[in-house]
Every structure is written in C-alpha cells, then in structure tokens.
Ligand binder design. Structure first.
Ligand code: HEC
Length: 132
C-alpha cells in the first residue's frame, strides 16, 4: 500500500468510527423499524399518515422526527401543543407516546398511551426512518 492509499484508508476508518460512535450515542438500543411500522399500523394509522401533507384526525407525521411540535399546515392543533415548545426527538416522543395527556396537558390527541418502552423505541425508529 503506498502512503496516499494508507491515508485515504485511515480517513475512511476514522469516518466509520465516528459514525458508529454517533449511532451508539443516539440510541443505546436502536429500535426495529419493521416492528415500528406494524405498531404504527395498529396504534396510530387510524389518525396519522406518514405521507407528506396528509392530515387525518391527527396531523401528518411526515418529517415530524426532529421538527418542532405543531408545524404542519392545514391542521388545527390545540393551543396546548402549539404553545408546548416541544421539539420531537427520541426522548420527547417517548414521553408523549407513553402518555399524551400528561405530556401535553390540554392537548387533543385522544390516545391512551403505549406503556411498553421497547415498543415505543421501535415506533420512534419507524417515525425517524419510515419504510413506505
Ligand atoms: C384518536 C386519534 C389519534 C391516535 C390513535 C394517535 N394520535 Fe397522535 N395526534 C392526534 C391528534 C388529534 C394530534 C394533535 C394534538 C394536539 O393538537 O394537541 C396528534 C398529534 C401527534 C403528534 C404531534 C405532531 C406535531 O405535528 O407536532 C405526534 C408526534 C403524534 N401525534 C404521534 C402519534 C403516534 C406515534 C401515535 C400512535 C402510537 C398516535 N399519535 C396516535 C390524534 C391521534
């Protein structure tokens, strides 16, 4: 191996290590996207779509992961969610899905909550990386 190739190789190795580190930090236990899709179909699809702009009883959840709460156009959010200052990440989504009424008092998501943490984790993996 000449020295130029060695340097490129080391650069790739460093990038791979950085990526692995970031993934490990983002979630100690990565959720299962296909389990999440099945949970979404059972628990959420009555009111939510992952399609951009498709609001049902609840707002479209397209690109909601990573976004501020209550930003979808054409959906009449509660004042409570609008004023919540929430940003949807793994931690806030897990709290909200576990107990919407306690997380956003006065909100209008009529869902009793998903008690099992591993199921919430799978669902959040799907919200972050939907498979269409
Ligand atoms: C019975 C209908 C219903 C079900 C079932 C339901 N939701 Fe909702 N959801 C809503 C409504 C209505 C809102 C708007 C709440 C508000 O304005 O206070 C909402 C809001 C949300 C938001 C915030 C969206 C934004 O734009 O800020 C997320 C995230 C969310 N729901 C996720 C879920 C997930 C995940 C499930 C399944 C575990 C689920 N919801 C089940 C009706 C529902």
């Amino acid at each position: 191996m000449n020295s130029k190739r060695l340097i490129i190789g080391l650069g790739q190795l460093a990038a791979a290590v950085t990526l692995l580190g970031a993934t490990a930090l983002a979630s100690a236990q990565p959720g299962d996207v296909s389990q999440g899709a099945a949970l979404f179909a059972t628990h959420c699809a009555e009111c939510h779509s992952m399609k951009e702009g498709k609001n049902k009883k609840g707002p479209s959840l397209f690109a909601t992961f990573g976004a501020k709460a209550a930003q979808r156009e054409g959906f009449a959010y509660s004042d409570a969610l609008r004023n919540s200052q929430l940003v949807w990440n793994a931690e806030t989504l897990s709290r909200y899905i576990a107990n919407p009424k306690a997380t956003v008092a006065g909100g209008k998501m009529k869902y009793e909550g998903l008690a099992t943490a591993s199921e919430r984790n799978d669902l959040i993996a799907y919200l972050a990386h939907p498979v269409q």
